[in-house]
Design a protein around this ligand. Structure first.
Ligand code: CA
Length: 734
């Protein structure tokens, strides 16, 4: 496996790290860990004083809150609050933040990772699961590991080839590759220590985009794929050798086989008919987890149904456990403890995989140990994390699918109009969610949760003809998205998409302040003891607000959409704020032209700031693309209409509905003469190694020609549109 050779300088930096623990051992009497030093001197200790790289273990994680200079796990601590006690950068001086360094990630696609910084090294992942180790002071690359995910594997996932980050434990770095492998690397060298296949069925479209979590020497990972027909689960592996220790399925399998334990005995009666397990059932655990060491409970967020349409998936109804649920498990055994289902019988892609935060809140007379989640469905949930009891649930965003949550039953009261059983329904939130994977944060000093909220309703159109159609194919029981082609009507839908940063009081269950943006898909948030909230934006900025009132105190250009969760860390007395910037994911890929207001390209970079930082950001790569002269349109209207339908069903999920792409993947109205000539070859797999998968398992040659003619028609549409504008060309497409 490939990893880059050390440069002389980075080797020296590394050697100097390796020599430090001798001093540490002599000073504090601990040979195997630097944790005592860090406790003694808090953030002022140089985190580089480690006996080995990524020397994280249970004791150190238990005290993670005190080790203020580090960001040792995905949500900084097991409670996943994403709150840092660092305050050298504060609301009084944040205006002096400047770039300390930038690091270019390899692939300009969805950049969603939260970096880890510990023992003087930053570990960050980019698109196609490529992992880099960096000097967090200079950004210098120490090593890089490319797991060589096949580039046409893209077709097996819904939402771009993202990776949300790595985990570290006792000298190793762990991450999920997009193709479903779990890989452990030596933290010092980047060499592979072990690799396992987490996929139970290679005939199905399983992917991994989420960050692993590590509890007591077990690395825990879920997967994605519910839009394509999979059965969800989480698995725990031994951090030392990759041995599988337990697996928890989130939905039942073939009911003719014996039930797999207590949880499946609870779940099985909540499913009806026999279609569900053929479609996979869904319930993938593709992002959020949290852990309470005192209660010894692991909390997992479970995803949507497969297929979406519950009337096909489970005719006759049923809650369909554990879809759209938070499930508490014993991390040693995977044993089920309790669950709370946010959307019983989900039919709208309402995952409960969104960020889970643990906190102790004053509720009523006493302090309750709670779990908080703002999932896609638009309700903010406060749950007793000991028992799973619902404490409160209120809408934090517009939501028309349910009027409220009945506190007696703990269940939502559904709006019958939102159930798209026999006729289309415009439902809010849509599948993008009122809040998606972009992490929120909780500041215990203000008591507020900072949510990247969005308004994105969607039209669900029932399609009862859908059956499971094989690996790499979307099937949700709804017709594919087909927005109007008319630019004015299209703009009307664009304008319905709004993004906000919402500061939410979880005890009062009400909004305290908000900031609004030009569109949805803004970044995750970071809270700090400097009374600050940091957030990147879809339109290419990185911003700091005051935590109490939401006043904008600082902003800088990022030259790309910023979606990922920012972090902060301290080294040798200097506080840094860092974010993995880069555009992509479900919004610009699946919804294409709807993301146009963001006006950004996917330039993937780690951007790190400090007070007085003077580094410069490379200029954006925004050279306009000229529309090539399209060939003459030969086909009749009927063929073009058929081409549109096939395009939107099979191509639009990546290249944008109606052939209007976001800026991530090619806009097919801009095909060159050469690509027009070899169009059928491209769909047969000619560009597979560059990421364009072969499609001939689902398309006939006649289909291909119809799609081609539709694209020719759309090129002509664009040409006449552009001719009415003052300037030719567009910054979108390639
Ligand atoms: Ca989904």
């Amino acid at each position: 496996m490939k990893f880059l050779a050390f440069s002389q300088e980075s080797m020296m930096t590394f050697r100097s790290l390796l020599t430090l623990p001798v001093t540490c051992a002599m000073f504090c009497g601990c040979v195997s860990s630097n944790r005592n030093v860090d406790k003694l001197s808090s953030a002022d200790a140089a985190p580089a004083a480690a006996s080995m790289a990524a020397d994280v273990d249970s004791a150190r994680m238990a005290d993670a809150d005190k080790e203020s200079g580090s960001w040792m796990s995905h949500g900084r601590t097991y409670s996943e609050q994403r709150f840092s006690p660092l305050k050298k950068v504060s609301k009084d001086n944040v205006g002096k933040l400047g770039l300390a360094w930038t690091y270019k990630l390899d692939v300009d696609r969805a950049t969603e990772a939260t970096p880890i910084v510990v023992d003087g090294v930053m570990y960050v992942s980019g698109a196609f699961s490529i992992v880099s180790a960096l000097d967090p002071v200079t950004g210098k690359e120490l090593w890089k590991y490319d797991p060589k995910v096949p580039r046409d594997k893209d077709r097996d996932g819904c939402c771009d080839v993202a990776n949300r980050g790595v985990a570290v434990w006792k000298g190793k770095v762990y991450f999920g590759a997009y193709d479903g492998r779990l890989i452990a690397l030596d933290a010092k060298s980047g060499a592979r220590a072990w690799e396992v296949d987490t996929v139970v069925d290679r005939t199905r479209s399983y992917t991994i985009t989420g960050a692993p979590r590590i509890i007591k020497g077990k690395v825990i990972i879920g997967n994605g794929g519910a839009e394509f027909g999979v059965r969800g689960y989480v698995t725990a592996y031994d951090t030392e050798n990759g041995k599988k220790l337990w697996r928890f399925f989130t939905v039942p399998g073939d009911p003719t086989q014996s039930a797999e334990g207590k949880a499946m005995e609870i779940a099985l009666p909540t499913w009806k008919g026999e279609q569900w397990w053929k479609f996979g059932g869904g319930g993938t655990v593709w992002d959020s987890m949290a852990y309470d060491p005192e209660l010894d409970l692991l909390y997992i967020g479970v995803g949507n149904g497969s297929i979406w349409n519950r009337h096909i998936r489970s005719p006759g109804g049923g809650a369909n456990l554990f879809l759209s649920s938070i499930v508490a498990l014993r991390p040693d055994s995977g044993e089920y403890v309790w669950h709370y289902q946010t959307t019983p019988g989900d039919t709208w892609d309402y995952t409960a995989t969104q960020h889970i935060i643990l906190a102790d809140l004053k509720i009523g007379e006493g302090v309750r140990k709670v779990l908080m989640q703002a999932p896609k469905n638009g309700f903010f949930y406060v749950i007793d994390r000991v028992t799973g009891e619902l404490l409160s649930a209120e809408k934090f965003a517009p939501a028309n699918w349910a009027s409220h949550v009945d506190m007696k039953t703990g269940r939502p009261v559904e709006n019958p109009e939102a159930d798209w059983k026999t006729k289309p329904a415009l439902v809010s939130p849509g599948p993008l969610g009122a809040h998606n994977w972009q992490p929120m944060s909780y500041n215990p000093q203000t008591g507020l949760v900072y949510i990247p909220m969005q308004e994105a309703a969607a039209l669900f159109v029932p399609d009862p003809t859908q059956t499971y159609s094989g690996k790499g194919n979307w099937h949700m029981g709804t017709q594919p998205i087909a927005f109007p082609e008319n630019p004015k009507e299209f703009q009307g839908i664009v304008d319905l998409h709004k993004g906000h940063l919402v500061a939410w009081d979880p005890i009062a269950q009400k909004e305290v302040w908000r900031q609004s943006y030009v569109t949805v898909w803004n970044g995750g948030t970071l809270s700090t003891a400097g009374s600050l909230v940091f957030q990147g934006t879809a339109d290419g900025r990185f911003v700091a607000y005051s935590a109490e009132k939401g006043e904008k105190l600082w902003e800088t250009r990022a030259n790309t959409g910023v979606m990922a969760g920012p972090i902060t860390y301290e080294i040798k007395g200097e506080q840094y704020v860092s974010v993995a910037a880069g555009w992509g994911g479900a919004f610009p890929v699946i919804l294409g032209g709807l993301s146009e207001p963001a006006k950004v390209r996917p330039e993937a970079r780690v951007l790190t700031y400090k007070l007085g930082g003077m580094a410069t950001l490379p200029p954006p790569n925004d050279a306009p693309t000229t529309l090539p002269e399209p060939p003459a349109l030969k086909a009749d209207d009927e063929t073009v209409a058929r081409g549109r339908s096939i395009y939107n069903g099979h191509c639009g999920m990546c290249h944008g509905p109606n052939a209007i792409a976001g800026s991530v993947l090619p806009d097919l109205r801009y095909l060159t003469a050469e690509k027009h000539r070899i169009f059928a070859g491209i769909l047969a797999g000619a560009y597979a190694s560059q990421g364009m998968p072969a499609m001939m398992d689902v398309l006939t040659l006649e289909d291909v020609e119809a799609v081609h003619q539709y694209l020719v028609k759309r090129s002509h549409d664009l040409k006449s549109q552009l001719s009415t504008l003052p300037m030719q060309g567009s910054s979108v497409g390639k």
